[in-house]
Structure formats: C-alpha cells, structure tokens
Write a protein that binds this ligand. Structure first.
Ligand code: DON
Length: 574
C-alpha cells in the first residue's frame, strides 16, 4: 500500500541523506583497564537509518543490545524486504557481558519434508532454477520470528512487545521507498507479480514501487502485532501459520503444519580462532563462514602480509581463499545431519599442509584442486552490529536469500517468503545462484538447514572489541576476512566498511575485484603469476561494523558507503 510522498517529506529527506557516522564525544579522559571497563555508551550500525534509529529508541527505553537487536532486526524486515524479513532466517552472534558467554543463535530456515532433491529436477534431470529460486518450493520454513522471541525471552530486558513497537509503527505508517528497493523490484518484477499476496503489497496503487513514495504494510504490521502479543504461537501456530500454509498450498507447494509449529532455533557454540593477537568469535556450521575464516587466516599466518607488495599480498590471500572455498564445497553442511570434520578443517596442521601447496609466485589452477565450473552473484541480505553500554554485543546477519526472496507474499500476512532452498546443493555439483556448489553434505533433507556463508563475527584484541558482518552470498566470508585484515592493519570502522574488495571462491577460477581494489600494475603482476583477474566488477556487499576502543575509551561505527541509506551511530552514555 503506497501514498504520495508529500506527507512524509521530513522523514524522506532523512532517509535519502547519505550515510553518516556520529562519533561519540571524547568521553573517557582516562584509559580504562582493558577487559574490565564498560563502553562509554552504545553503538549500532545497520543497513537502514530507520533500523539503526529503532535500535537507539529501544536502548533509550532501557533496553540492552539484545532488545535493540530485536528492534533493528524487525525494522529491517519492514524497510528492507529486498534483503531479509520475518519470512526468512538469520544468525545472531551474541556476547553477554555479565557471564562473558558468547552464543550463536542459529535461526536458519529448515527444509520441508516435501523438498527432496528430485523435486527440483526438470524432465531432463537438470536443476529447475525457477523452482529453486522462485515461489513456494524455493522457501524454507522461516526462522527469524523464532529468533526474535528467543532473544526477548532469554537475553532481553524489555518485553518483546516493546522491542517490536518501532517495526510495527513503521510497517503501519510506512517509509519512503529508496532506489535500491525500486531497482530490485524491477529486476524481480515478473516473479513477484505472479503472486496475489505480493501484488497486494507492492502493486497496491497499481504501479510498481517508486523511490520517494511511501510503502505501507498494514498486514505485516498485524502479523508483527500477533508475534508481539502471542510470542512464538503468534507466527508458527494459529492465524498466521494457517495463512502461510494455505498460500504455499495454493501456489502448488507443500508445507506441513507441524513443520511450522515444530521450528526451533538452535543455540550453538561459536567457532573461536586466533590471528595475530586477535581473538575471533565467529559463525559455526551450518555457516561455512567460520570454517573458511579459520582455514584462510591460519594459512595466512605463514606470511607477514604488511611486508608483501600489493600483487603478492593479493596473490597469497586469493590462494588461501581458493583452498578454503574448495573445502566448503566438499565438506560443509548442517551439523545436525552430517558429520562435518570440524576439528580437522580448523586445525593448524591442516592449514599448514594447505599453506605448503601455495606457490609464492604462481596461481594454482582450481581444477588442480579438483572441481567443476560456476557463474556469478548479486548482493542482498543484511547485517547489523551492536555494542551496548554494559558491553553486550550482537553481530547478526539475516536474509531472505536473493532479491525479495521467493517473490511470494502469503496473502493476508505481509510475509514475504525466502528462497533459501537454493542454498542447498539441490543437484550435486550444480552451482547455485552464487556460483557455489556442494554435494551430499549439503543435500536437502527434512528439517535440515541449508549451508550458509553468513559470518557474523566478533574480534577482540588487547585494546579493541569489534562486531562485524556483511551480506553478499558467497562473498560474505571474504568481506569479513578483508575486514579482519584491515582492522589488523589499524584501519578505523568507517575505513573498513569503505575498503574496495576482492574475492576468490575456487570456482569460478578467477579473482573478482571492485573498481579501485587493484591497480593496473597489481592486475598485470597477478596475471603474470597465472591468475585470471576480473577487475572493475560491480561493487558488492554492505558491511556494518562497530568498535569499542578500550584504550581510547571511544566507540565508533562504520556503515558501508555502497549503500547510501545505511547508518552507524554512537549513543553517548546517558
Ligand atoms: O546464507 C547465505 O549464504 C545466503 N543465503 C546469503 C544471501 C546473500 O547474502 C544475498 N546477497 N547477495
């Protein structure tokens, strides 16, 4: 439902203003003791100004980082339907300051029982890409609503109702559409307009969403209210569940009521690794991110990267990326279903073995490591990072997978379903939308979680505490990796978010680079070593990070300048 923009001109100019960074007023005259002091306030970075502001609002009402995370997450579900939503899933990495405990809340979608590999093959036995990425068969059972309830019940200080209030308000009153929503809609229009429920939200006024107009989602507001009032049952049982089941059935899909009512988040031990004085806490399976980071960083620890010229540094990093992405393909999947050789893949000895295969001057062709070919990707999904004044932290990445997920809104709910099923290896060895493939470890099975690249992470050194993460499909892991290397080189959060990126994922066998990431001499030198370099690719990612500098007693944030509606903010201690 949309209205003329004039009503919300003030809000619109706020939203259309470019990304900004508010640095806390110098607060601590004296450097606090590392590890014991509290941050001098709170910091939030997220991909939309309204979601960052929703988090600040909840902190202002006495909420902690976990309450703020509920507000940020649910508001992103409203204002960034292109990226994530309560019809999707996500990972929430939490640090509870009081107990010192880190926990990884896995709210990844699960496969419905009907989603067998055979269900995704066409009559020639090829992957039916339409089924894998559009409409009801592409959707897994949503996990995000369960995560919001879990965070409120286990970790928050405020009632769920309070923390969901900003999202409900914005869904009902509307927010100004921004260019990324308009462009994304145009690229998914054919699929989205197949579904009556989607048309009711996005074509309410007869024409597709246009930047500057106001998008109102009263049915989504109602669904969020049911979640706020009834908790888990408000989404997974009763009115909303019935409508979701009916919509999936009507469009030819198959979900069972007990698959919704039985959905559970999993609390998992995060993966821990060390790199040059940093303690890194990151995503375990069913994310591939932490394992890949562990492999890459341990391979890289054999070099002092600061001593290498640009070409050799990129060469070594790309070679490490290549090897880790190969293992992602072969070994990783949902640990509740397959035995992931975690200890081996993350061990120093294994990394040393891989390191020994890196030639200092020559690219290793990926097919020497074994494998098959693959295409490219897109950049949606969303990440936010929060540190509060008690020292609690959240790094959360949430998604509906591709632009606007499955394209299908269940009528009467405002819930846009994800298309996360494409993250399974639906057909062994056939690349998915991100060009990554897999085999039996990531084959679909009833109730199984599809492998992810989402890598919400914490970094901690003697002086610094950082939360970081990004969207970008298979390119998430390498964004987090480059962020770790940049923080290690002393960059500040905003510089880290802005840094030009490069990436290698084993297949396709090429280094992808954004404009400005590699200069011409570096590209030539890499080519001379045998690398294929795709320089000047369209930019990707949307990194959001916050940092508490314990030695300086400051907080700061970085929001990705590639996304002009993002916002990093620091709230000084009230
Ligand atoms: O979980 C994953 O790895 C993907 N579903 C994330 C999708 C994503 O980041 C989309 N952006 N390009």
């Amino acid at each position: 439902m949309r209205k003329a923009p004039a009503m919300h001109a003030g809000l619109m100019s706020l939203v259309l203003a470019s990304a900004w960074l508010l640095v806390a007023p110098a607060q601590a005259a004296q450097a606090p003791q590392a590890g014991t002091a509290h941050p001098p306030g709170a910091a939030i970075a997220s991909a939309h100004q309204l979601s960052t502001d929703a988090g600040l609002e909840i902190l202002g009402q006495g909420g902690n980082a976990f309450d703020a995370a509920i507000a940020v997450s649910s508001t992103l579900s409203v204002v960034e339907p292109i990226s994530s939503g309560i019809g999707g899933g996500g990972f929430f990495l939490l640090h509870d300051a009081k107990s010192g405990r880190d926990v990884f809340v896995d709210a990844r979608e699960t496969a419905p029982a009907a989603a067998t590999p055979a269900a995704y093959l066409d009559k020639n036995g090829e992957l039916d890409r339409d089924r894998a990425t559009n409409g009801p068969w592409s959707a897994g059972i949503p996990g995000l609503p369960a995560a919001l309830v879990h965070l409120a019940e286990r970790y928050g200080k405020l009632p769920l109702k309070t923390s969901l209030a900003p999202a409900i308000r914005i869904a009902r009153e509307g927010f100004p559409i921004y260019p990324r929503l308009e462009k994304g809609y145009a690229s998914r229009r054919e699929v989205m307009e197949r579904y009556a429920g989607t048309r009711a939200v996005f074509l309410a006024d007869g024409s597709p969403p246009k930047a500057g107009e106001i998008l109102k989602q009263p049915e989504l507001a109602h669904t969020l209210e049911l979640l706020a009032g009834k908790g888990y049952d408000g989404f997974y049982r009763g009115e909303v569940a019935k409508k979701l089941l009916a919509a999936v059935k009507h469009e030819g899909g198959q979900w069972r009521a007990d698959e919704l009512s039985g959905y559970q988040v999993r609390e998992r031990e995060p993966l821990r690794l060390k790199y040059r004085g940093w303690d890194i806490v990151t995503a375990p399976p069913p994310s591939s991110g932490g394992v890949a980071l562990a492999e890459i960083l341990q391979m890289l620890s054999g070099w002092d990267l600061s001593k290498l010229d640009d070409a050799h540094r990129v060469h070594i990093v790309a070679e490490a990326m290549r090897r880790a992405y190969r293992d992602r393909t072969l070994y990783l999947g949902d640990p509740d279903f397959v035995k992931v050789p975690l200890a081996r893949l993350t061990s120093a000895d294994y990394a040393a073995g891989l390191r020994a295969t890196i030639h200092p001057e020559k690219a290793t062709p990926s097919d020497l490591l074994s494998g098959t070919p693959a295409p490219l990707e897109d950049d949606e999904t969303t990440h936010f990072s929060i540190i509060d004044a008690e020292g609690n932290r959240v790094a959360a990445t949430q998604t509906v997978n591709l632009l606007y997920g499955s394209g299908m809104v269940a009528p009467g709910t405002g819930v846009l379903l994800n298309n996360e099923m494409d993250d399974f290896a639906l057909r062994p060895g056939t690349p998915n939308a991100f060009g990554v493939m897999g085999f039996s470890a990531n084959a679909p099975a009833p109730g199984k979680r599809m492998l992810s690249s989402m890598t919400p992470s914490f970094l901690e050194s003697k002086d610094k505490v950082i939360a970081v993460g990004a969207p970008g499909g298979s390119r998430i892991i390498t964004q987090v990796l480059l962020a770790i290397l940049a923080y290690d080189a002393g960059l500040a959060p905003q510089q880290v978010a802005a840094l030009p990126r490069y990436h290698h994922q084993w297949m396709p066998d090429a280094i992808s680079a954004e404009a400005g990431a590699l200069d011409a001499a570096t590209v030539s030198a890499l080519q001379a070593m045998g690398h294929k370099v795709n320089a000047g690719e369209a930019s990707w990612g949307n990194l959001q990070t916050v940092m508490w500098d314990k030695a300086a007693g400051t907080l700061s944030g970085g929001t990705d300048p590639r996304n002009p509606v993002g916002k990093a903010a620091v709230l000084a201690q009230p």
